[in-house]
Structure formats: C-alpha cells, structure tokens
Design a protein around this ligand. Sequence first.
Ligand code: ADP
Ligand code: ASP
Ligand code: MG
Length: 411
Amino acid sequence: MALIVQKYGGTSVAEVERIRNVARKVGAMRDKGNDMVIVLSAMSGETDRLLRLAHQIAPNPSEREMDVMMATGEQVSVALLAIALQSMGYRACSYLGHQVKILTDRSFTKARIKEIDREKILQDLKKGYVVIVAGFQGVDKENNITTLGRGGSDTSAVAIAAALEADVCEVYTDVDGIYTTDPNICSNARKREKISYDEMLEMASLGAKVLQIRSVGLAKKFNVPLCVKSTFIEGTGTVVTREDMIMEKVLVAGITYDTKEAKITIKSVPDVPGVAARIFEPLSNANIVVDMIIQNASVDGKADVTFTIPKADYRKAMEIVRRVGREMDALDVQGDENIAKVSIVGTGMRDHPGVAAQMFSTLGNEGINIMMISTSEIKISCVIEDKYTELAVRVLHDVFGLAEPSAQGST
Ligand code: ADP
Ligand code: ASP
Ligand code: MG
C-alpha cells in the first residue's frame, strides 16, 4: 500500500468516456489499498477556448481576470471525475486550489506555488476518500485565484506529491513516456527508460512540453520519484530520476524545439555601459522573460541587440522596446514571430567537444540558416526560421544516432 499522486492531462479527460476510463484506472489502484490523490487538467482544448473568449473581448485582458476564467476549466474536470468515481461506488471528493489550499505568489498567469496545506487531503485519505485536486491553479494570500502557466497541472501534481511525501508521482498523458524527441513529429523517436532530472529540466525549458519545467525543478528539489506514462496503453513509462541512478550513458539525450518564442532586434544603439540595463530592465519590470540575447560587434560606437521573448508577450515587449528605442535614438526596432529554437540536450556533451560543430554543419547542409546560438554545458540551441523546424529536428535526431536501432535512417 502506497500514497500515489497521479496527474491526468487534457487528452486523458477530453470526453466523458475518457473520464470513466480514468475513474476505472484510479479505482483499480484504490482497490489495491493505495491512498490516491488525483490531479487533473481541464478537458483538452478548454483552456484555449477560454483564452479565445477573453481575447474576443479585449486584446490585452487583465491577467487577474484571465486567471479567474482559466481556472474554471479544471473545476469541471475534477467534479466530473468525482461523479464518475462515486457512481462506481468509491468515496471521492474534488477540491479547487483555494480549498486545499495551494498558496501561490501574485504573478497572475504564471504564479509560483509557495506552500500547500496538506491537512485536508490527509484527513480525507484517512477516511478512505480518493482526493481529486484541480491542477494549474492556486490562490494568493489576498484570496485571488492564480494559475501556474500553461501545462501547470504537472507542477500542481509534483508539488502535492512533495507536500504529502508521496511514494510516487505519476504523470499520465497521450504518449507512453519521454522520448528522444517529440514522437509526434519524428516517427523514429526512441522512448527512454530513465532520464535524469537535469536532462529533463533542460528539455522542458527548451520546449519539450511533456512536463512543465517547474514540475521537474520541484521533483529534483524534493526528490519526488516522477514517472511519465500513457493513460491509454499499459507500460512502464519513463522514470525521471537522479543522474547517478542511470546506467545508460548517452552523448545526446534528446532534441527539442520551441516555436513559442519571438525575436526582437533593436538596431544601432550606443555601445556604452548601461545600455543593456536600459533595454532589459523595463522588460523584466513587465514580467517578460528574455531568453537568448546577442549583441553584434560595434561599428562607429553603435551596436545591434537581438533577443528572444515568449510570443505571448510579443506585443507588450514591442511596445516597451519601441519606447526605449526612441529614448536611445535607435535606428529601428524589428520583430520576427516566425522563428523556432531547436536544441540538442545531453549531460554527456560535457566532456565531448565537437558536438556543436556537428550540429551547425548538419543544419548548414540542409540549407537551414542559423540566426542565433546559445550554449551551456549540456545543451546547444539554434534559432532558425520556423518553417524548417521539423526538418531540423529529424536530421539532428538522425545524425546523433538517437533513432530506434531498427528504424535508423528511415525517417
Ligand atoms: P497533457 O495534456 O497530458 O499534459 P501535453 O500535450 O502537455 O499533454 O504533453 C504531451 C505531449 O508532449 C506529447 O503529445 C508530445 O507531442 C509532446 N512532447 C514533446 N516532446 C516530447 C518528448 N521528448 N517525449 C514525449 N513527448 C513529447
Ligand atoms: N489546462 C492548463 C493548460 O492547458 C493546464 C494543464 O493542462 O496542465 O495549460
Ligand atoms: Mg501538459
């Protein structure tokens, strides 16, 4: 008997029959005597539908109100699962974030969990209830509803597992584990049995949406045993664990892509101390996260600065940078939303020079121009035109030998 936290994503609860399927899976584990805490996403497509509604009314809706609205998606799915379990004879009870309570900071639409009150959940478990908690949402200390950023139910699940010191946190989704790259765009992607927290952190931060990055960070910090499995096919899934628990040593663990960033260039700004701060401080004050930054060599004391930001913040960022540009007499501010960041990730790259060169020549041979590059010990990222995303992922996947042995070269 164990305390198990399970999270089911949007496709797993997309319709009534799938909710029944989840109820049967949860019920079977409960029958074995396990304590079950279930975290759910909204039904697939629901969060996007809600977002579209708000944007039909206003181009820049208030983030506080967006959270009030977006949190409703999960309210429906948790209640439906409780009803399904009750109709099968189980004791089950659903809770929203503020009822648990999941306390967050005030950063609407991307709030961070600060504390989880475990008492109510533990009391219910003791009485034999399956406890169902709405993912993606929390409440700040003034009782405002907050949400945790897209894909945030993963983070709710891991945070709850950490708070309860659960034996395992299982994330159920529409693929049967974590692959060397997105199996939906590369048919010969290979499932990993295990992946390290650090590799998964890097893959998540670079676009592999199978786990939200904050969920992996929390799992690493609190040593939560984390596992990704399919809701629809039985299997062992992929275990996310400490690096020293992994026997299989690989050079490149995976290839990721991210089409959710945009690029902004501010042209011909004075190349003097303090300029970077004048550009990036107002962006940071507006809660806009800047990712890659490059500054070209200065000509006549002037330089161009290019950086990437989330596409969702593009309009807001362009307004800010245009204002800063005018104040600094910049020549121009140019934006480009048609970009993608393709990355290779692997802790094995630490001791192997030459991986970057191989990545660049592989893209070059395909005629793919690299607009920006960033590297760390365990990843190399290139910004390219977004129309080449899938091609870039496939050729890199092949060149680094990540395909299933039987499928290699047959992309
Ligand atoms: P859920 O709604 O269950 O949270 P998501 O759509 O957020 O599911 O995440 C699952 C998706 O992540 C998969 O359908 C797949 O397309 C995508 N994905 C991206 N990279 C990977 C990867 N390396 N391994 C597995 N899935 C990946
Ligand atoms: N429903 C939210 C989203 O679509 C949270 C989640 O699915 O994890 O982003
Ligand atoms: Mg998800």
